[in-house]
Design a protein around this ligand. Structure first.
Ligand SMILES: [Ca+2]
Ligand SMILES: [Ca+2]
Ligand SMILES: [Ca+2]
Length: 141
């Protein structure tokens, strides 16, 4: 079940979501759907182990970073894939590092109890997608 990849919510966002008609609720719903994919033991938390598995799967050549090609290979196409990758590729070198993704875990855990709840996950990635659209939405076709 790790095949959907870490950028899971990105990969599973519905391609029917078009820029003009995308609401916060739609993004949240798509993110929540992604959460259910990544929470493979269905305990309503994303454990670090679950996140690591999805990252390792996406990083096909195990060089510690995820290229755009690896990212693109990770799942189905949708309108936001490109812009979200750019949002996470902070320095614009065309790669998203493992460490960046693992670092997100700490940021997601807003109540600092060392686990990421469904709500924490959904809030974090919904905000990330919205930020990506704000920054790079003009690139959407
Ligand atoms: Ca879990
Ligand atoms: Ca790689
Ligand atoms: Ca938490």
């Amino acid at each position: 079940m790790y095949g959907t990849g870490v950028l899971i919510f990105l990969l599973s966002l519905s391609s029917s979501l078009a820029q003009n008609q995308t609401t916060h609720a739609q993004i949240y719903a798509a993110t929540d759907k992604a959460f259910r994919h990544i929470d493979t033991n269905n305990d309503t938390f994303v454990e670090l182990r679950e996140l690591e598995h999805t990252i390792l799967h996406t990083d096909a050549n195990h060089d510690g970073r995820i290229s755009e090609a690896e990212y693109e290979a990770g799942g189905s196409k949708h309108a936001f894939r490109g812009v979200v990758f750019q949002e996470m590729d902070y320095d614009g070198d065309g790669y998203v590092d493992h460490s960046t993704l693992m670092g997100q875990y700490t940021v997601m855990d807003t109540n600092a109890d060392n686990t990421v709840s469904r709500r924490e996950f959904d809030n974090y990635y919904t905000a990330l997608v919205e930020s990506a659209i704000q920054h790079y939405g003009h690139l959407l076709g």
